[in-house]
Write a protein of this length. Structure first.
Length: 256
């Protein structure tokens, strides 16, 4: 008996696949973020008096801490490899389908830098406003010890966040939802709300800001079919946040 290897994948199978990929990655993060914000809201004291820390130390032993950091970054990228592997069932090269290649390095870098400026400057204003209104927890973007490997690890963490989020929440999710024949507005809204939801642990200002970022990034991807500029933009934003917080005077960030 000959297997029909080129048989189209059923919509139900695509839907199940999408839920599983999200469940193993940022959908799982969204659930934990929802539990986290409920815990913060029901704790003693206002939301603004509580802390949301990123890039925290995992061991008091420096080289063990470094090992944990690198393992965490590496394993966090496995859902990306899974998504690309699953997209390989579709016609064409999955990297080209996502626009996750090096065909246009100059253009991707320029577009990414422009998107970073477009998102970053209003984002700072939104975070400041949310902090003044008590809608965010106090954000600590980097809490690693002052060791030689801290900055390289923060840069790697920024790249990891960018690749994971943009490939899964934009490239993969938008592609699959369009294949499932969702309306364009529903696709954009789903991607944006998912992005906002897994940032809820930081507070409601972070949810709104990231949801708006999600709308902009989804529309950009639908127009260009390239996820690489989004990876560049997200990497730049996170490097500025993580490394800047780590190296600049701490009083500069009291407003967070």
């Amino acid at each position: 008996m000959t297997l029909e290897l080129d048989r189209p994948v059923a919509r139900r199978t695509l839907g199940t696949e999408t839920l599983l990929v999200l469940g193993l990655s940022l959908g799982q993060s969204a659930v934990y973020a929802l539990v986290s914000i409920v815990a913060k809201l029901t704790a003693d004291g206002p939301l603004s008096a509580q802390t949301a820390a990123l890039n925290t130390s995992r061991s008091a032993r420096p080289y063990l801490d470094l090992t944990y950091q690198l393992l965490g970054i590496a394993f966090a990228l496995l859902p990306v490899l899974l998504a690309v592997h699953l997209l390989a069932r579709d016609p064409g090269d999955p990297a080209r389908t996502l626009g996750l290649d090096a065909r246009r390095p100059g253009q991707d870098l320029a577009r990414g830098a422009g998107l970073a400026a477009l998102i970053g400057l209003p984002g700072l204003a939104l975070f400041w406003a949310a902090a003044q209104l008590g809608l965010n927890a106090t954000l600590v973007p980097a809490a690693l010890p002052d060791l030689w490997w801290a900055v390289p690890v923060l840069i790697l963490a920024a790249v990891q966040n960018a690749v994971l989020e943009e490939v899964i929440v934009v490239g993969y999710l938008v592609t699959r939802l369009r294949q499932l024949q969702w309306r364009l507005a529903a696709v954009v809204a789903t991607s944006a709300l998912l992005r906002g939801s897994y940032h809820l642990y930081q507070g409601f200002g972070a949810f709104v800001g990231n949801a708006v970022m999600g709308v902009v990034f989804s529309l950009f991807y639908l127009r260009t079919r390239r996820v690489m500029p989004l990876v560049v933009a997200h990497t730049l934003l996170d490097i500025v946040a993580f490394v800047g917080y780590s190296l600049l005077p701490r009083e500069w960030f009291d407003w967070l």
